[in-house]
Each structure stands twice: as structure tokens, then as C-alpha cells.
Design a protein around this ligand. Structure first.
Ligand code: PMP
Length: 356
């Protein structure tokens, strides 16, 4: 027989998430760290890997890593769960707290993966849109959660792609107004120097998502984690893939956690460069730069099609992220903060394109 039965009808017309990965000379599109891990960490990783039993399955829960992270956060192993990147844990969230007849509160424009996961798990999405300046409509979120029918919410701080942080006061009000599980996605929190993680002790409905992909230079190794009450972690363990976190990534991440002090200077430099980039871009006529506490800047172009500008930047070797056709982000590009010379080059290239 040369035919195949149809897939799940949910997939009809579903457009897969497209990270728009295009190799370019200067990669400023995926909010990666512009530098790989520091040399001493690389050496320690290679040592560790040379002694690894590649024939054995990894520790399914990566307990050494959980312990190391728990120690950093002042928590217990049972408050921590590792995932194959934050992405896996986002999917697990939709599996564990979503599903048919259940509701997720979303605050767009934000990371589009949340909605895609909701869709795949049959979860209804309740949108509470951000204001024009991308600040959260705090009262609208509280009011909607207070209605009592939301099962979980995701609040991204700093938000991707807008760079906006959610205030601590607001997050506390949210945690107190509902028993919905509140995920605070802190994928970029090292660049805002703000975290809500210490409140995991006090709020059973708080779930913090972190990743090693950004500040800790490990986008290639795929490692993320959640911090939450042990009862919440137990539910995630029920839906996760048993061996999703491979032994190689565990070994790498363990060395990164142990040597995390070596990353601090690099993070500080990215924060400093964010200011330089923002200033340089804002000085170009027709470019509006939104304030950002992350390692990227959202810019809106005036009087010119941002999609065309995106292509012209790529022609010059600069890959940035084109959001110009995304709802609420019309004519916007997102630019990752790179190395000083990359940022300078990008500013120059954009200025030339807009002038000419
Ligand atoms: N949350 C946000 C807001 C992100 O931008 C990303 C990466 N694009 C993730 C989570 C997941 O990152 P990773 O899977 O690389 O850990």
C-alpha cells in the first residue's frame, strides 16, 4: 500500500515553530551569548567527558545538577527539575497543567511557543494583551485570574521579544489572587538582575523557568530547569521523557554551574553593550528602540518596510529577527546584543540602509 492514514486533525493547518535559523556572518537573531564557554570551563568539560560511560543511560533526573542548582538557589533537590532546554519544560507545562477543557492565560506579544504548546495539547488560550508600550495591563491580568477558571499562566520576565520586565509587586499580587499555576519565565533574568525564585518557598503556585542557553552560553547543549514546590515538580516528572537530559549535556551544565562566577564579567559586558547598542540605534532617524532588560532590543522602524530592511541587513552579513508581520509587533525587528564590534557594525549597516 502506498498511502498513509491522516495524522491528528489538530495538525491540519498547523505551522511549525520556525526559529528562522539562517547561518550568517554575524548572528544576532536568537538571543544567544556571543561567546562560547570560558576556556577553563571548556577544559573541565573535556576532562569530564573523557571519563564518561557513553554506553550507559544518563541519570534520568540529573540529580548532581539538581543538587548544584538547589544549592545556588537556597532550595532543595526536590524543588528543581532539569529539561532538554527550557523548551521541553514549556511543553511539559502544557501537558501537565493544560489539556482539553483547560485554560492558559497568555500575555502577548510574547514567546510564541507558549501558544503553540497550548494548541497541541488542546488547551484554550485566554489572551490579556500588553499595552502599546508593551507594559503588562496588570489589573486586567489580576481581574482575569481572579475569575477562577484559569489553570495556568505564563509571565515572561524579561519578556521575549519586547525586553519588558514584570515587577515584583505585580508578581506577588498575581500569586496571591489565584491558585492557578503561575510560570514566571526567567530565561533572560541574568540580564535584568531580577528574579522571583526566592518566593518558591512561600508560594505553592509559583514555577520559575530558567535556561543555560543565554547568559551561560549553552544554547548548543540544551539545558533548562524549573524551580517550584515539590508537589509541582512531581507532576512534571509524570509527563517528562525519562532520558531527555543526556549525559553529555549534564556534564557540561554541571561544570558551568560550578564555574558560574566566570560568566559574571561576560554578563556585565552584555548589559553594558545593550546600552551602547540602544543608544546607537536610537540615534538613527526612523528607529524607535524599546527599553529592554534582556540581551536583545526590540526596534520599530518608521516609514520603511522592516521586512525589506531585514533582508538588506542579511545581505550585509547581519542576521536579526524579523517580527514585522507578527501581531502587535508590526514593522519590528529584534536585535540580539553581540560583541562590541558586531554591535558597531550592525548600527553602521542599519544607518546606511535607512539613509539610502
Ligand atoms: N523562554 C523564552 C522566553 C525564550 O526566549 C526561550 C528561548 N528562545 C526559551 C524559554 C527556551 O530556551 P531554551 O530551550 O534554549 O532553554
Amino acid at each position: 500500500m502506498n498511502k498513509v492514514r491522516a495524522s491528528n486533525p489538530l495538525l491540519d493547518g498547523l505551522i511549525p515553530y520556525d526559529p528562522k535559523y539562517i547561518p550568517a556572518r554575524v548572528m544576532l537573531s536568537a538571543n544567544e551569548n556571543p561567546q562560547s564557554i570560558p576556556e577553563p570551563v571548556l577544559k573541565a568539560v573535556l576532562d569530564r567527558l573523557s571519563g564518561l560511560d557513553f554506553n550507559r543511560y544518563p541519570d534520568p533526573l540529573a540529580n548532581d545538577l539538581r543538587d548544584a542548582i538547589a544549592q545556588v538557589e537556597g532550595l532543595d533537590r526536590n524543588n528543581v527539575l532539569m529539561g532538554n532546554g527550557g523548551d521541553e519544560l514549556l511543553f511539559d507545562l502544557a501537558l501537565a497543567w493544560g489539556g482539553a477543557g483547560r485554560k492558559m492565560l497568555n500575555i502577548p506579544p510574547t514567546f510564541s511557543v507558549y501558544k503553540a504548546n497550548a494548541y497541541l495539547t488542546g488547551t484554550d488560550v485566554v489572551d490579556v494583551p500588553r499595552r502599546d508600550d508593551y507594559s503588562i495591563d496588570e489589573q486586567a491580568v489580576i481581574d482575569r485570574l481572579s475569575a477562577g477558571d484559569i489553570d495556568f499562566a505564563i509571565i515572561t520576565s524579561p519578556n521575549n521579544p519586547t525586553g519588558t520586565v514584570a515587577s515584583r509587586d505585580f508578581l506577588i499580587r498575581v500569586l496571591e489572587c489565584t491558585d492557578a499555576l503561575i510560570m514566571v519565565d526567567e530565561a533572560y533574568c541574568e540580564f535584568s538582575r531580577q528574579t522571583i525564585a526566592p518566593l518558591v518557598h512561600e508560594h505553592k503556585n509559583l514555577l520559575v523557568l530558567r535556561t543555560f542557553s543565554k547568559a551561560y552560553s549553552l544554547a548548543g547543549a540544551r539545558m533548562g530547569y524549573i524551580l517550584a514546590d515539590p508537589e509541582v515538580i512531581t507532576e512534571f516528572v509524570k509527563v517528562r521523557q525519562p532520558y531527555s537530559v543526556d549525559a553529555v549535556s549534564q556534564a557540561i551544565a554541571l561544570e558551568v554551574v560550578r564555574n558560574r562566577d566566570l560568566f559574571q564579567d561576560r554578563i556585565d559586558r552584555i548589559i553594558e553593550q545593550r546600552g551602547v547598542l540602544a543608544e546607537g540605534l536610537a540615534a538613527i532617524e526612523g528607529v524607535r528602540v524599546y527599553p529592554s532588560d534582556a540581551n536583545y532590543l526590540l526596534v520599530r522602524l518608521e516609514g520603511i518596510d522592516a521586512g525589506e530592511v531585514w533582508q538588506q541587513l542579511l545581505d550585509r552579513g547581519y542576521l536579526v529577527r524579523d517580527f514585522s508581520r507578527s501581531a502587535g509587533l508590526e514593522n519590528c525587528l529584534r536585535i540580539t546584543v553581540g560583541l562590541p564590534e558586531e554591535n558597531e557594525g550592525l548600527i553602521r549597516a542599519l544607518a546606511q540602509i535607512l539613509k539610502g
